[in-house]
Design a protein around this ligand. Structure first.
Ligand SMILES: Nc1nc2c(c(=O)[nH]1)N[C@H]1C(S)=C(S)[C@@H](COP(=O)(O)O)O[C@H]1N2
Ligand SMILES: [Mo]
Length: 378
């Protein structure tokens, strides 16, 4: 299989965007101008978060969808790409090319991908010290329409044994990123191998030619640049379910060989489509945002400005489970400094808490935050 050196790609973007084009993130292929993205502190070199104030429409456009990579984006040729299926959980191994995937029934789903570490930077503001990893604000989430094939249909080509326990999807990036997934979730109706995003072939940074989409789970489950899937009749462990993407620390149990509880479903959470701090002009403003909750649908969103009462925000359409819902309210902005609090409640009654417990890797922060609003005078 051919993997083009990244330098060659950067050059083609330079041609397209001109010499003056300065990417925020040199390890990525798509342009990441700082008008659309910000780079989290401690975020290595290949991570950019969405500026939520630049969202338009229900879906996150590709040009502003956050990227979380453990290394540089690899460039993979579609024609020489292969997906290897192997392991004692399969009746026989199989090798598929791109056309073999395309021949399977097509499925399109609107789904969120959210990093388990989204909002990690708030651990520092609450506890006084940083939790390990990229210091995301709240922009490590996006919602796209993913089209592809069911992982179940792909695995069926090799035959899954009843005794199968875990699968290990592996990426073709330098680090060979690979996080195990329980077989039940792997075989779920809405677990996909995506080949397209928002109607376009998957962009390189988002996993071209094929990536997993694991609905409602942490982004780390949705392995990009898929090259191999092992299916095993035993529990599988890698760095990414043992010592990263776990709830670990004094308040959490160890689950040997993991240092804590491996993260699966994402919690209920809301974000405002505002800069941090937000700068607004005084007068009647529409304040907007998004709310989401793992595999569930959001039922209500409430907001409070300064020390005012909680009020109901208006929810938009669509409201898709395991994606998000747009919310809004009208606020009469008066000059000065204000704070906005927002909390979402999902269809199962899960509500954003006021506080979360510390965890060492800084995952699953979903507490209500006080968003600073600066309103200029008339
Ligand atoms: N092969 C591979 N897949 C990966 C990663 C990676 O570094 N390598 N990062 C994971 C993490 S931690 C997240 S949050 C999502 C991010 O998806 P995105 O970059 O398309 O937004 O991809 C996941 N899949
Ligand atoms: Mo992530």
């Amino acid at each position: 299989m051919t993997i083009t050196p990244r330098a060659a790609l950067t050059r083609s973007y330079e041609l397209r965007y001109g010499e003056a084009f300065m990417p925020l993130c040199p390890e990525l292929v798509k342009p990441t101008p700082d008008t659309l993205f910000s780079a989290p502190e401690n975020g290595e070199r290949a991570n950019v978060e969405t500026r939520l104030s630049r969202l338009v429409g229900y879906l996150t456009p590709i040009d502003r969808f956050y990227v979380r990579n453990h290394g540089a984006t690899p460039r993979i040729e579609r024609d020489s790409w292969r997906l290897e299926l192997e392991g004692d959980g399969l009746k026989q191994p199989a090798t598929l090319d791109y056309d073999a995937l395309c021949a399977l029934p097509r499925v399109s789903l609107v789904r969120a991908v959210e990093c388990a570490g989204n909002a990690r930077s708030f651990f520092k503001s609450r506890f006084g010290h940083q939790a390990g990893g990229a210091q995301w604000r709240t922009g490590a989430i996006g919602v796209a329409e993913w089209s592809g094939v069911r992982l179940r249909d792909v695995l069926a080509l090799a035959g899954v044994r009843d005794a199968a326990v875990d699968i290990l999807p592996e990426g073709l990036d330098d680090v060979r990123y690979a996080r195990p997934l329980p077989i039940d979730k792997a075989l779920a109706d809405d677990t996909l191998i995506a080949l397209a995003m928002n109607g376009e072939p998957l962009p390189s940074d988002h996993g071209f030619p094929a990536r997993l989409i694991v609905s409602g789970w942490l982004g780390a489950a949705s392995v990009k640049w898929l090259g191999r899937i092992e299916v095993a009749c035993r529990a599988l462990h890698t760095h990414w379910n043992k010592t990263e993407y776990t709830l670990a620390g004094p308040s959490w149990p160890e689950r040997p060989p993991a240092d804590g509880v491996p993260v699966s479903v994402m919690p209920v959470m809301s974000v405002a489509e505002l800069d941090w701090p937000a700068h607004l002009a005084a007068g009647r403003r529409v304040i907007r945002g998004r709310a989401f909750s793992g595999e569930a649908r959001v039922a209500r969103v409430q907001y409070a400005v300064d020390h005012g009462p909680w009020r109901e925000a208006e929810l938009g359409t669509p409201n898709i489970a395991a994606a998000w819902v747009c919310w809004s309210f009208i606020w009469n902005a008066t000059p000065g400094n204000h704070t906005l609090r927002v909390r979402a409640v999902d269809e199962h009654g899960q509500v954003q808490p006021d506080e979360v417990e510390w965890n060492d890797h800084g995952v699953l922060f979903n507490a209500v935050v006080a968003h600073p609003l600066r309103v200029a005078g008339y």
